[in-house]
Design a binder for this molecule. Sequence first.
Ligand code: ATR
Length: 273
Amino acid sequence: MNVFPLAAVIGHPIAHSLSPRMHRYWLSRLGIAGDYTAMDIAPDGLEAALRSLPALGFRGVNLTIPHKLAGLKLADTVTDAARMIGAANTISFADGVIHADNTDGYGFIENLRQGAPSWNSARPALVLGAGGAARAVLYALIEAGVPEIRLANRSPDKTDALAAHFGPRIAPLPWPEAEEAARGAGLLVNTTSLGMTGQPPLIFCLNALPRDAVVTDIVYVPLETPLLSAARVRGNEVVDGLGMLLHQGVPGFERWFGQRPEVTDELRKVVQS
Ligand code: ATR
């Protein structure tokens, strides 16, 4: 086998990805001779890329927009996480096989555990949004044993579809009832794009949310979204979304390069610099 292991993130476009900075930091920190790069590949080139990269020394790739669904379909083997989330973000090549995983749910839960160690998974959670990111969050919360996940989305057909897919622990509710559904929750998660730089803020009254609930946002530009600021001001513990991106990279790095990297404050500074 090739002794200079390579990996990459494939997207279209890809210029703004933070992944190369993160993986290169880990490679250098752990003294591993290898590299991680970014590749801009259009949808019609994905299959050819995945079939040819192993011979060039690539151990695997991360997939980002717009390739996560196509990667799942092209794979020979698929983890339960990727199948349930319905997307692949981490591909490994071994023995001529394309193996697809999804580590977004893992990244979400590890970020939550690191940022809010006192989070109690036995209490209900309230999740806002029902897009691709919500699927990873729901998968992770179910795996973590959360007994009831209240799910609100502007378009109600998506919450019903996710409840049918993920089962009875998902409680879909109409968007106008989301604020009241925060009552008794131990966790509030924003998975919508609201609050991201360039998007409108998420208008969400936190009055019903217990003050000991944890609030987290998958948006990380800005790092402190208006939702997180409002929650912090009233005394809730908050966890920003950058850590989800960092933690989701850990399983792929370990698989491709053979050592388990850590998500540290120094890494957070490096990727933001
Ligand atoms: P991602 O893969 O990041 O989850 P997505 O699949 O496009 O992205 O999902 C975006 C989420 O933000 C959806 O839940 C979307 O709600 P709809 O399903 O109703 O479109 C939500 N969202 C985006 N803009 C919104 C807005 N102005 N108000 C409420 N929800 C919004």
